[in-house]
Design a protein around this ligand. Structure first.
Ligand SMILES: Nc1ncnc2c1ncn2[C@@H]1O[C@H](COP(=O)(O)OP(=O)(O)O)[C@@H](O)[C@H]1O
Ligand SMILES: O=C(OP(=O)(O)O)[C@H](O)COP(=O)(O)O
Length: 394
């Protein structure tokens, strides 16, 4: 990478503002997946070893500029203390005099976790005053939050304009692994896009059509395309205002010679939930009052064949509502196909896809599981990540 890293800078005795992505899934105040915390440990430990005073900052969830009690980083600080084997102090704010007082007491190698940076409206607006207030806490800025690198926020972008700004090891690793795979992709190159964030992902598909040989669509996303093909989708997830766009993507795929794979069958349910009645139907036969919550077995088989013939696969978004066993088979089949294809380099992005792979105990069979969903997609699309652009050049 042409950006300076934490290795390129003297850290001894310095106050380091290190942005990490501790946006971990939580249920009833408990962390349900700590992958992102563990992924940040190498940088934190390196900073400690080098004699820095480590000031960590992260967002958690989307509190929209307000204090939301459940989204405090308290349980993250506790878990981090256990993982580091050292007490991590937790501030109740993310900047200001009280925080400065805590920092003034820090010794070399100490770690302080600031409060959720998204409790402040200025964070997501990239308010220069908030960026300056963050910068006032430290001598050096380190960005190790790959998962949030596609956001131009005060703690991911703005602050970098006020301090010497370098990347952390997780950031470096993600950019290197994904960048290398995509700079000269081994072919056939296949992208699998699923999940529910239709609005976020539909634009991604446009850009991916310029890069891939095969595009596989699944998950809730698929039904806007099914509708665009002229079929009824019942109560399935649908973005009415994206149907025309979906049509244009199918046209573009044809023009570009990209194989565009869509579900040929689906598992439909008479309601959303574990106690729903279900059946397998052909894609043109989704009943009016039912919703498609997984790809069907024929589709899974079709996708398996494509995956097996691919040399590089990027996968973002589950094929169905994998959290409910009845609708997990499609996602499981894709994960198993990737695990079986030993010659295929697989990159998994997105919290839910990673969680699904974890749930099926196949995580160690994947080539790279990225800590960033949106970030890895934007990077793969060829977009510049603001959190990276803002760092100092080598
Ligand atoms: N057919 C479907 N209908 C409704 N929701 C779906 C469907 N398929 C998948 N999902 C949901 O999509 C969610 C994940 O979507 P998304 O956030 O876009 O993925 P990721 O986090 O991997 O990027 C999961 O919670 C899953 O239940
Ligand atoms: O979880 C994240 O994104 P992801 O679900 O796309 O991996 C990142 O922490 C960014 O969070 P955001 O999408 O609320 O900006």
């Amino acid at each position: 990478m042409n950006k300076k890293s934490v290795k390129d800078i003297d850290l001894k005795g310095k106050r380091v503002f290190c942005r990490v992505d501790f946006n971990v899934p939580m249920q009833d105040g408990q962390i349900t997946d700590e992958t992102r915390i563990r992924a940040a440990l190498p940088t934190i430990q390196y900073l400690q070893e080098q004699g820095a005073k480590v000031i960590l900052a992260s967002h958690l969830g989307r509190p929209k500029g307000q204090v939301v009690e459940e989204l405090r980083l308290t349980s993250v600080a506790k878990r981090l203390s256990e993982l580091l084997g050292k007490d991590v102090k937790k501030a109740n704010e993310a900047y200001g005099d009280a925080v400065k007082a805590l920092i003034a007491e820090m010794n070399e190698g100490d770690v302080l976790l600031l409060e959720n940076v998204r409790f402040y409206p200025g964070e997501e607006k990239n308010d220069p005053e908030l960026a300056k207030a963050f910068a006032d806490l430290a001598d050096i800025y380190v960005n190790d939050a790959f998962g949030a690198a596609h956001r131009a926020h005060a703690s991911t972008e703005g602050i970098a304009h006020h301090l010497p700004a370098v990347s952390g090891f997780l950031m470096d690793k993600e950019l290197e692994v994904i960048g290398k795979a995509l700079s000269n992709p081994e072919r056939p190159f296949t992208a699998i896009i699923g999940g529910a964030k239709v609005k976020d992902k539909i634009g991604v598909i446009d850009n991916l059509l310029d890069k891939v040989d095969n595009l596989i669509i699944g998950g809730g996303l698929a039904y806007t395309f099914v509708k665009a093909q002229g079929h009824e989708v019942g109560n399935s997830l649908l973005e009415e205002d994206k149907i025309e766009l979906a049509k244009s993507f199918m046209e573009k795929a044809k023009e570009k010679g990209v194989n565009f794979y869509m579900p040929v069958d689906a598992v439909v349910a008479d309601k959303f939930g574990a106690d729903a009645n279900t059946k397998n139907v052909s894609i043109e036969d989704i009943p009016a009052d039912w919703e498609a919550l997984d790809i069907g077995p024929k589709t899974a088989e079709l996708y398996r064949d494509v995956i097996k013939k691919s040399k590089l696969v990027i996968w973002n978004g589950p094929m169905g509502v994998f959290e409910i066993d009845k609708f997990a088979n499609g996602t499981k089949a894709v994960a198993e196909s990737l695990a079986e294809s030993k010659d295929t380099y697989s990159i998994i992005g997105g919290g839910d896809s990673a969680a699904a792979v974890e749930k099926f105990n196949l995580a160690d069979q994947m080539s790279h599981i990225s800590t960033g969903g949106g970030a890895s997609l934007e990077f793969m699309e060829g977009k510049e990540l603001p959190g990276v652009v803002a760092l100092n050049d080598k």
